[in-house]
Design a binder for this molecule. Structure first.
Ligand SMILES: [Zn+2]
Length: 489
């Protein structure tokens, strides 16, 4: 036992040395030695997984060499004999190359890597509240968007001639739920990530960067040289970035001190029927992002980071991340000056995911309605506030024309194609939410959403968590609605 204590004391001290550069601003600071060393596993306060990453990025060669250290504390109620990391990039062939894996200083030879799931047996079982330090060294060969390897809509990890996107590119510690490490198998419809908050301390070294290379990265930039940048993104589900040698950046500085940043391509040209100036496109997108940000901040709770990045993505639709979102290229180029279009709707939708995903997490594969129906309904809330004359247009354009069918509480695996998935989960989802609102009243409905955002902030929410926030009367009132829309009402 004494030997074990010594082992943890040493590993903690090594941890302190390794993570010494991290600032003391973390709300999950694990550097205070008071009381820890005597009984490290019992008296420590729980801390989030801490990822310390050094990534050498070669923008020209489309390769990234990564060294990722993970300090993990067992905050489950189980003694762990293994630990599972999810490696999203390994869903694609010839993309992820693991070179080295260590627990503390010892090489791990007997891991298994199956699609996204990296299972690491532990040398010694990890007791509750005890910590372990993992080291991964790996290379990424970033896949080409439109190159046939990846689905284009997954271009948030991919490159084109003018952009390299690195989202869901680092290992995450799997969520441990009901005695299981959760890995949702990859699928071509929807998302399958299940990610919990962590602290990210990331150094990006740029190898032979083109002179105009710009990095759009979430979090706080703490140090910069021409070829090296360091970021802290604390209490975040992932750390994501996009690089381009053709980025323009537009800023909106808010009275709160926070800022919205919009990254668009320098060759942005309107291709709509009625062409508009690139500046008009930028103004419209930035205004939509800012208005929706302010509105959701008021309705659903304070946005936790200093910056929100909106990035024109060289891939279809959009993608939500923590502190950053992609909005697909074509929504920018098709803007005609008329707000009735997808540039505004998808921008607002992705901003809403900063609450319904980045703050309130969920199992995106099994319970996708929890973030997608709420993000889509948030579009309508935005329209009501800023474009009340477009309310009927929104229902027709976004929902009714598709005559949606299917259960709202379906999984992504239940559908043969994306349209059927969106119809059931997003579109019947917003109909369900709207009927609930009409039934229980507007004020009670918005109170429900605010309470849900507050109660589940930083968590992985499940449908029962949402319904549990309704009063017995409200549940009774909405019984028929839930029966109509849900497989499990
Ligand atoms: Zn969405």
């Amino acid at each position: 036992m004494r030997l074990l204590t010594l082992f943890f004391a040493v590993s903690l001290l090594m941890g302190f040395a390794t993570w010494a550069f991290s600032a003391d601003t973390s709300p999950h600071n694990d550097q205070t030695p008071t009381g820890i060393l005597d009984d490290p596993c019992e008296t420590d306060t729980p801390s989030l997984p801490r990822h310390t990453v050094v990534a050498d990025i070669n923008y020209t060669d489309k390769t990234v060499s990564v060294e990722q250290r993970i300090l993990y504390q067992n905050t489950t109620n189980s003694i762990l004999s293994d630990i599972v990391l999810n490696i999203e990039s390994n869903r694609w062939a010839n993309t992820f190359f693991l070179k080295e894996l260590r627990i503390d200083d010892d090489v791990v030879a007997s891991y298994t890597l199956t699609e996204k799931r990296l299972t690491i047996p532990l040398f010694t079982p990890l007791n509750k509240n005890c910590r372990i330090s993992l080291l991964l060294k790996f290379d990424l060969h970033v896949p080409q968007i439109g190159g046939g390897l990846i689905t284009d809509s997954k271009g948030y990890l991919g490159y084109t001639e003018r952009q390299m996107n690195l989202a869901h590119w680092l290992a995450t510690v799997a969520v441990y739920h009901m005695g299981q490490w959760i890995t949702q198998p990859a699928f071509y419809i929807g998302e399958q990530e299940v990610v919990a908050p962590a602290d990210w301390l990331v150094t990006l070294n740029l190898i032979n960067p083109p002179p105009t290379l710009t990095i759009a990265a979430a979090g706080v930039e703490t140090n910069t040289t021409p070829t090296s940048k360091r970021y802290e993104h604390l209490n975040s589900r992932e750390f994501s970035l996009s690089l381009s040698h053709q980025f323009n950046v537009a800023y909106e500085f808010l009275p709160s001190g926070k800022q919205i940043e919009l990254y668009t391509f320098t060759d942005l040209v309107s291709q709509g029927n009625r062409p508009v100036l690139p500046e008009e496109i930028v103004i419209h997108a930035l205004r939509s992002a800012t208005q929706s940000f302010n509105m959701f901040n008021d309705l659903f709770g304070t946005y936790p980071y200093e910056r929100l990045l909106v990035v024109q993505g060289d891939f279809p639709d959009g993608m939500e991340l923590s502190g950053m979102v992609f909005v697909g290229d074509r929504w920018f180029t098709r803007y005609t000056g008329d707000p009735r279009g997808y540039l505004m709707l998808i921008t607002v939708h992705e901003v809403a995911h900063q609450w319904w995903y980045a703050q309130v997490g969920n199992n995106a594969a099994l319970n996708p309605w929890l973030d997608e129906a709420l993000a889509t309904y948030s579009e309508y809330i935005f329209i009501e506030e800023y474009y009340p004359d477009l309310r009927e247009w929104w229902w027709e354009f976004r929902v009714n024309q598709y005559a949606p069918e299917g259960f709202v509480d379906s999984t992504v695996y239940d559908f043969p194609n994306v349209r059927a998935y969106i119809n059931a989960v997003y579109l019947r989802g917003v109909r369900m939410l709207h009927e609930i609102r009409v039934k229980i009243g507007k004020e009670a409905f918005f109170t429900l959403l605010a309470n849900y955002a507050k109660a589940e902030k930083g968590e992985i929410a499940y449908p029962q968590d949402f319904w549990a926030l309704m009063s017995p009367d409200q549940l009774e009132q909405t019984r028929d609605i839930r029966k109509n829309y849900l497989r499990i009402p």
